[in-house]
Write a protein that binds this ligand. Structure first.
Ligand SMILES: NC(=O)c1ccc[n+]([C@@H]2O[C@H](COP(=O)([O-])OP(=O)(O)OC[C@H]3O[C@@H](n4cnc5c(N)ncnc54)[C@H](O)[C@@H]3O)[C@@H](O)[C@H]2O)c1
Ligand SMILES: O=C(O)[C@H](O)[C@H](O)COP(=O)(O)O
Length: 376
């Protein structure tokens, strides 16, 4: 069996080589000729899976995407051809939640305006929005959720309108899929009118899809509004973001909010579970066995951390400033965006770091944030 696997899918060989020949490919340049005799195709978000790519293949048994987003996959075409498909919902939720939270801590430090006490509006309360809310709430931040679809489905959480978020939130964090039609379409959800209406000093964080914000309009508005602060991980026109917009963002990264080692490994592992089920094979490998131990054994607190100490702690796990700097220095190089993603040194999630403390009460919030070992 030929299993074509995006080269940026960690642990694919360890997980799939018992099932067949694992053949890595470059996700941006995959061709129909390469796919012609594949039995299984495992992609990430940069490969468009459609009739053009698959028409020459008459033996494909499974297509998987190690992502939550499915906007790169023609699901109707796969269904028409009876090709089973699976994505990996939730695989990178913790990674995105921690990325957004760390970005807010970094921004708070940079502009000298504490995160504590701010109100954060989350647009899209699915996997990544919920994970972001979990971090914020663990730290005692008031969170407003907007998700008309979940609200209509009867999700028991409290939801507010987007207008309420616009009026009340100091920080707005975007966590919606890209959709181009329908009542709740998200393409340019933040258009010029909405961007212009952001209340003074709003921080806007986008870790979902670039085209949820009209990037040209964002440049126009931001050039007039120095009070707005931007954290942008995703861009219209990836892998070629508008250089003007990169300059205007406080933190800029190349679509790596979901790139924790755990998150990427979970994506591969979820597809391994799906394919095993489909082929009626036992899924007896373990994800935990694959992940390396973290290079810091334990951090011990003598006093409960304040916001500055919390940021220092977060930086042990992920220093966003490093990625922001590498990105600014390289994104204009040929294939700079993709090369940085490919060579990204996967950060770890908070759970990789064990905390210890001496006689401190009231530190459960750190374990609610996701760190392990608190109180043990
Ligand atoms: N930057 C990254 O590395 C990265 C990582 C993971 C996901 N993503 C992107 O983020 C998106 C969200 O990821 P997720 O795992 O949370 O997906 P999800 O499907 O679990 O959640 C998305 C939520 O958005 C809601 N929604 C849809 N349209 C809406 C609208 N108009 N207004 C408000 N809410 C709306 C849905 O009801 C759903 O609850 C993905 O589709 C993907 O495009 C990016
Ligand atoms: O949709 C997703 O899950 C993310 O956008 C995904 O993590 C992006 O990473 P890629 O698949 O492009 O490596």
């Amino acid at each position: 069996m030929k299993i074509l696997v995006d080269e940026n899918m960690p642990y694919a060989t360890a997980l799939f080589s018992d099932m067949g020949e694992v053949i890595p490919f470059n996700g941006r340049s995959l061709t129909a000729a390469q796919v012609r005799d594949a039995d299984v195709l495992l992609v990430r978000s940069i490969t468009n899976v459609n009739a053009e790519l698959l028409a020459g293949n008459h033996q494909l048994k499974f297509v998987g995407s190690a992502t939550i987003g499915t906007d790169h996959v023609d699901l109707a075409y796969l269904a028409k051809c009876n090709i089973p498909f699976s994505n990996a919902p939730g695989c990178n939720a913790t990674a995105v939640g921690e990325f957004a939270f760390i970005a807010m801590l970094e921004l708070a430090q940079r502009v000298n305006s504490p995160l504590k006490g701010k109100v954060v509006g989350i647009v899209g309360a699915g996997n990544t929005g919920t994970a972001t809310a979990k971090c914020l709430q663990a730290y005692g931040i008031k969170v407003l959720l907007n998700d008309p679809i979940k609200a209509a489905e009867g999700d028991p959480r409290s939801f507010v309108s987007l207008d309420t978020i616009m009026a009340q939130a100091d920080i707005i964090s975007l966590h919606v899929p890209i959709t181009r039609t329908g009542e709740h379409k998200t393409k340019h959800l933040f258009d010029e009118a909405r961007l212009s209406a952001l209340k003074p000093n709003t921080w806007l964080v986008n870790c979902c899809r670039g085209d949820v914000i009209d990037n040209q309009a964002l440049i126009k508005v931001k050039q007039k509004r120095t009070d707005l602060k931007l954290v942008l991980d995703v861009w219209e026109g990836e892998p070629k973001p508008l250089p003007e917009l990169v300059k205007l963002a406080e933190f800029a990264t190349p679509h790596i909010a979901g790139y924790s080692l755990e998150g990427k490994a979970r994506g591969t592992f979820m597809l391994y579970q799906k394919l095993s089920l489909l082929l009626n094979l036992p899924a007896d490998k373990s994800l935990i066995d694959l992940l390396p131990t973290f290079n810091i054994k334990e951090v011990e607190f003598m006093t409960a951390p304040n916001e500055k100490a919390l940021l220092q702690l977060a930086r042990f796990v992920y220093d966003l400033r490093d990625d922001d700097l590498i990105f600014r220095n390289t994104f204009l190089n040929e294939n700079g965006f993709d090369i940085m993603r490919k060579n990204h040194l996967h950060r770890r999630e908070f759970s990789a770091l064990a905390l210890a403390y001496n006689n401190l009460s009231d530190v459960n919030w750190l374990s609610n944030l996701g760190f392990s070992g608190v109180g043990q």
